[in-house]
Design a protein around this ligand. Structure first.
Ligand code: APR
Length: 227
């Protein structure tokens, strides 16, 4: 069976990483527009680098949870395209060999001048030179609001050929990812939503599996591998 799975911050919540849209609307005490837009970076590069340096350091303190491990098992049983909005590396550390990071990766650096990419050092600073072109134009390889997500051709193609689409732990607020369920459901395939609560686009799914991802995802995967 061909399966496409989209994951969001909720799958990493039980590993100890904060989601984006907590009730106070802040991400780790920062306004999203300050730390997740090109304008915010242009205004205050020190602050934005510091913010992502902290997120990168936090990654080293957390571990994948049973939901990440279950998706790695799913890939061994079915033809899985795993798409994540998350910039953490918990899918990879949970055993998933191929992960499409549509919003970039905390562990990668990007040169805004020449587009060169390389493994991010633990601490990035605004005046770090790009290892390829030497310009001090390095930034986290994160897709900010107003920028185009990565690998979209591959993702739409996977959705067009999937027999099943599931979204796990995403609030359905950010497009294009928030449109995947409607796109897939129009093709008449099964589209479960796995989430702790209703999301902004719950009605686009064929059914909902409610609960914490560390419990619902292993159960859902077991139900698929048993058939
Ligand atoms: N199990 C399952 N779902 C959970 C859990 C859990 N333990 N904890 C939280 N959730 C759900 C919440 O109910 C919510 O619907 O995860 C979702 C998290 O939503 P957001 O914080 O909005 O995260 P996400 O949807 O991934 O955000 C999308 O927005 O800020 C940008 O680029 C950023 O990739 C991010 C994008």
């Amino acid at each position: 069976m061909r399966i496409t799975v989209l994951t969001g911050a909720g799958i990493s919540a039980e590993s100890g990483l904060a989601t984006f849209r907590a009730s106070d609307g802040l991400w780790e005490n920062h306004r999203i527009e300050d730390v997740a837009t090109p304008e915010g970076f242009a205004r205050a590069p020190e602050l934005v680098h510091h913010f992502y340096n902290q997120r990168r350091a936090r990654l080293a303190e957390v571990a994948p949870n049973p939901a990440h491990h279950a998706l790695a098992r799913l890939a061994r049983m079915h033809d899985l395209t795993l798409v994540t909005q998350n910039v953490d590396d918990l899918h990879e550390r949970g055993g998933s060999a191929e992960v499409i990071h549509m919003h970039g990766e905390l562990t990668r650096a990007l040169c805004a001048a020449c587009d060169h990419r390389w493994p991010a050092p633990a601490v990035m600073r605004p005046d770090d030179p790009c290892p390829a072109c030497g310009k001090p134009t390095t930034r986290p390889d994160i897709v900010w609001f107003g920028e185009i997500p990565y690998h979209m051709d591959r993702i739409w193609d996977a959705l067009d050929h999937a027999d099943l689409f599931a979204a796990i732990g995403t609030s359905g607020n950010v497009y294009p990812a928030a449109g995947f369920a409607q796109h897939a459901a129009r093709r008449g395939i099964d589209c479960p939503e796995l989430n702790l609560a209703d999301s902004a686009n719950s009605r686009d799914f064929t059914h909902r599996i409610t609960g914490p991802a560390s419990q619902t995802v292993p159960q859902w995967v077991a139900s698929l591998t048993a058939t």
